[in-house]
Ligand binder design. Sequence first.
Ligand code: MOS
Length: 745
Amino acid sequence: MSTTLASIIGTATPRVDGPLKTTGAAEYAADFKFERIAYAVPVTATIASGRIRSLDTTAAEQLPGVLLILHHGNIGPLYRTVPGDDNATNSEVRSAFEDEIVRHWGQYVALAVADTFEQATAAAAAVKVEYENSQADLRASLDNFSGKRKSVSKRGDPDAAFAAAPVKIDATYITPVETHNPIELHASVVMWDGEHVTLYETSQGVVNHRVVMAQILGIPVENVRVVTRFLGSGFGGKLFPWPHAAMAAVAARKLDRPVKLSLTRRMMFSNVGYRPRTEQHIKLGATKEGKLLALRHDYLNVTSQLDDFDEGCGEATPYLYSVANLEVTSGLVHRHVGAPMYMRGPGAVPGLYALEAGMNELADELNMDPLQLRLLNDADKDESNKNIPFSSRHLRECYEVGAKNFGWEKRTAGIGSMRRDGKILGWGLAGASWVALRLPCTATVEFCANGRLCVRCGTQDIGTGTYTIFAQVLHEKTGVPLDRIDVILGDSGLPDGPMSGGSMVTGSVLNAIAAGAEAAIKRLQQVAASTDGSPFKDAAAENISFTAGRLHNKDEPATDGAHFADILHMAKLNGIRAEGKTVPTWEDPKAKGVSLHSFGAQFVEVEWEPEIARLRVSRVVTVIDGGRIINPKAAANQISGAVVMGVGMGLLEETVYDERTGQPINGSMADYLMATCADSPEIDVTFLNYPDPAMGEYGARGVGEIGLAGVAPAITAAVYHATGVRVRELPVRIEDLLKSKIVEA
Ligand code: MOS
């Protein structure tokens, strides 16, 4: 694929916000400081289930600098968000301190506020809480599930087809609780000005956050402003507000002082979501030649006492393969744990782990190359949805390109049959997919009299490069250099923009920006034609061209024209602004009748040293069909980062709860294992770069999540290939590897 014109779209572009971040000038939520700011430190429950018998704040209140101890008894009214209101999605249904019942370890029971952080910390420690303990359900295993299963997708008769199938796989796959660990801790800095409140937040969605806070605090939405200029990532944990934001807001209102509340890393492990544990039963039936006949995917995930959080493991299952008989069901298991929350590639990532691990086992059962099995069963239409065509599906090419880049044809199938430098090699692969959507949003584009060009949108940059690609689009549309373009995001007062979630910002907002830029240029031309003294006075708009920031007669070079700033000066205008809107995919005739997804293929190599039971992912080749790539540099960063996260998912990450108290026992950066530089393989990223015609002007689908899908099942396949050990519960542990019958390389 190549585009005909040299364009900044598709050109590796360094982050426009890079200097701000590397010099420390970028202001993250907790960096905001105000005069008379007070510090808030939560008190958290030390039991998993029960009620607060007594909460004694006397000692705490007498400590120096203490301003307020907030708790159920004095917080005053807080409300829940309206169920089903898509503009006000909250993380937990219960509001802060709503009752005196404790439903998970770490739940907030009080908030100490003081002049300094140290005083608040001391006060929080001095709050005496007594509990009435009741039996907590903390079993990790979900196998006692007795609730209702919901059918998520169904076609044909999967049970009959499975029973009759000559070759079968029937296995359960387990993924553990994983905790979001963005470097930036959740934080709220809140300041009231009369009836108006501004919240500096760690939010992946300032517009939604604003509506949620208005509903919870019971104040008009126009009185709330939410600001998130920069994010130190979030991975989904910061999509929706958590109770600490309302706690800080109430404290600030009561004290009439700004309040800062920053979570500790330990609180991050119990109070702001996690990827829930899943147990997924996969049944695959196939002919002796490997053609799929039946597919069942029955999954369970854990959730909290009050929140019906469905992980959505069946996201990809219904459309990935061609199979006549299929059903996906879901079930929720309530435990005494905090509310789960979406984590990078929610549903699809754990779901594809199970499905693709099953497919790899089926390939082994058939004595077939797992690549051939994929190609044989590839779907060319969406069989889960009236057989509608895919908008742009090149999964087959992902596999073929990946196989070539990886050298897959050199694979020998026997367990432990491949060696290099005294180590055993294991090779595995898996497919990946992720949904694509274009959300409705608005962006304004403004030509300013100071010669700068400005775009505004109420979305935010989670760290993926949103600032940069917005600037790229404006540069492409206007020719104004990047260093004269201001991208203004992260403020709920801006035109409504989407959450930084679901990999949807790129595909959604670029259309609005492009439309806004075109409309702003048109206005500039109109002004040029109607301004006295303008060289274009009374010219027909279609004869005024716009090139590289300059207006000029269509038949003359841009250098003979006038800079837009000069026209604005002549017209005595400070700026000209126009709005662009993105039509959502569900309202676009070009996108309505098609199935929109990104696809990918992951090829993994592990090195296995049986003598010391050391296993390392040494090489990953990934090929992504993510629509048109706007900034290959930022996009490849996303895929590489996701692959590293996949190594963590395959080999390291797991949040372990103490089954007596519900405390996450590895709830710190020291104890929670995640992939670091030393664990990172050599990563080879290729984008197919086919624009998706259903995604609008640029055909981009977004690539924040797809790179994680498929990594873990490719790793477990490679582990089996190297060691002969079949691991069906993540992460792969040394204990699993020690079961290998291979004791030396
Ligand atoms: Mo993503 S889990 O939608 O932030």
